[in-house]
Ligand binder design. Structure first.
Ligand code: TYM
Length: 329
C-alpha cells in the first residue's frame, strides 16, 4: 500500500502564488507516489466571519483551482472538509486531550487574535481541527508551506499524547516543505509572508490574475537601493523575486546565480513576469474549462467524499472505542 498524504487550503480570499509554490505545486508532483487527499477546509474558514454566499462560491473556486493546478481527481481525493463529518467529530475528541496552553502559544493564533476585538473559541481550537484533518486519515506526510510547521508539530504532540494515554492509535505525520518557495513573501512588504488576507493592491499575485496585472504588480515590487542583483548583499525583496523566478522556472541554483548576477532590477523583474505568466497560463486555461462544467466539479467532490468517508469513520470509531465511549450504531 502507498503511504498517504493529506493537506488543505482555506477557501478564503484569493489563492496566490505563495499557496501554489508552497503547497499546490508540490501536491501535484507528490500525488503519484502517495495515496493523496487534498481538503478545502471550510470549517477552518468559519473560525472568522464569512459571508455565506461568498464562502460557498470560494469553496467551489478553491476546488476548481486544485484541479487546475494539476491535482488529478482520478488519482487524488479532493475533499470538502464539511462533507465528511468525522473531521469535526475527531476535532472534539482531540480537543479533550489538548492543553489550552499549547493552543495559546501558536503564533498564527496570537497574530489573528490580536486583530479581533472578541476572539472566537474556534480560532483558538483551529489547530486541533487541523490535527483531526491529518490524523483522521492516518497521513504519513503533510506537504505544506513553512508557516504551517508549528501547527504540524502540535499535531504530532496531540497524537503522541493520545497514544500515550489510550494506546497506539495514530500514525505520526511528517512535515514536507518544498525545496524552493516554502515561504513566499509579500511583493510590497518582503519582510511579511504573502497572505490571502493582506490588503495592499500589489501585495500578492492571485492565481487568476491576468498577465497585465501580474506585470504591473511585479514591476512595482519593493527591491532595495542596489542598482543590480548582488547575491552577497541583496535585500529580502530581491531575494523573494529570485525565489519566485526559480520556483516557476525550475532552474537550479547555479544557473540562477550566473544568469541574474549583475542584472539590473528592471530586467530581473521582466524575467520574473515572464516566468510567472508562463507558469499561470495553463492553470488559468484549465480553470476556465472546469468552471464551465459545474456538474463535473460537483461529481468530483461527491465521489471524493464517498471514497474517503469509510476510512474517516473507521478512525473516529477506533478513537471512540479507545476512549471507552459509544461508536455510531
Ligand atoms: P492556508 O489556506 O493559509 O494556506 C494553504 C497552503 O499554502 C501555504 N502558504 C504558503 N506557502 C509559501 N508561501 C506563502 N506565503 C504561503 N502562504 C500560504 C500554506 O503553508 C499551506 O500549505 N491551516 C492551513 C489549512 C489546513 C491544513 C490542514 C493544512 C487545514 N487543515 C491539514 C495541512 C493539513 C491554512 O490555513 O492554510
Amino acid at each position: 500500500m502507498k503511504p498517504r498524504i493529506l493537506s488543505g487550503v482555506q477557501p478564503t480570499g484569493n489563492l496566490h502564488i505563495g499557496n501554489y509554490l508552497g503547497a499546490l505545486k508540490n501536491w501535484a508532483k507528490l500525488q503519484y507516489d502517495y495515496e493523496s487527499i487534498f481538503c478545502i477546509v471550510d470549517l477552518h474558514a468559519i473560525t472568522v466571519y464569512q459571508d455565506p454566499a461568498e464562502l460557498r462560491r470560494k469553496i467551489d473556486q478553491t476546488a476548481a483551482l486544485f484541479i487546475a493546478c494539476g491535482i488529478d481527481p482520478k488519482q487524488s481525493s479532493v475533499v470538502v472538509q464539511s462533507m465528511v463529518p468525522g473531521h469535526a467529530e475527531l476535532a472534539w475528541l482531540l480537543t479533550c486531550v489538548t492543553p489550552v496552553g499549547w493552543l495559546e502559544r501558536m503564533t498564527q493564533y496570537k497574530d489573528k487574535a490580536a486583530k479581533q476585538e472578541s476572539v472566537g473559541t474556534g480560532l483558538l481550537c483551529y489547530p486541533v481541527l487541523m490535527a483531526a484533518d491529518i490524523l483522521i486519515y492516518q497521513a504519513n506526510c503533510v506537504p505544506v508551506g513553512d508557516d504551517q510547521s508549528q501547527h504540524l508539530e502540535l499535531t504530532r504532540d496531540i497524537a503522541q499524547r493520545f497514544n500515550a494515554a489510550y494506546g497506539e492509535t495514530f500514525v505520526m505525520p511528517e512535515t514536507r516543505l518544498p525545496t524552493v518557495g516554502a515561504r513566499v513573501m509579500g511583493l510590497d512588504e518582503p519582510e511579511k509572508k504573502m497572505s490571502k488576507s493582506a490588503e495592499g493592491p500589489n501585495h500578492s499575485i492571485g492565481l487568476l490574475d491576468p498577465p497585465s496585472l501580474i506585470k504591473k504588480k511585479i514591476m512595482r515590487a519593493t527591491t532595495d537601493s542596489n542598482p543590480a542583483v548582488d547575491f552577497e548583499t541583496m535585500g529580502p525583496g530581491v531575494a523573494n523575486l529570485i525565489t519566485i523566478f526559480q520556483a516557476f522556472s525550475g532552474w537550479d541554483d547555479a544557473s540562477v546565480k550566473s544568469h541574474f548576477s549583475g542584472l539590473r532590477y528592471g530586467d530581473l523583474k521582466k524575467n520574473v513576469v515572464e516566468a510567472v505568466v508562463a507558469g499561470l497560463e495553463p492553470i488559468q486555461h484549465k480553470y476556465a474549462e472546469i468552471v464551465a462544467d459545474p456538474a463535473y466539479l460537483r461529481g468530483v467532490l461527491r465521489e471524493s467524499a464517498e471514497r474517503v468517508m469509510p476510512f474517516a469513520n473507521a478512525t473516529v470509531n477506533l478513537v471512540k472505542s479507545r476512549l471507552g465511549i459509544y461508536t455510531a450504531a
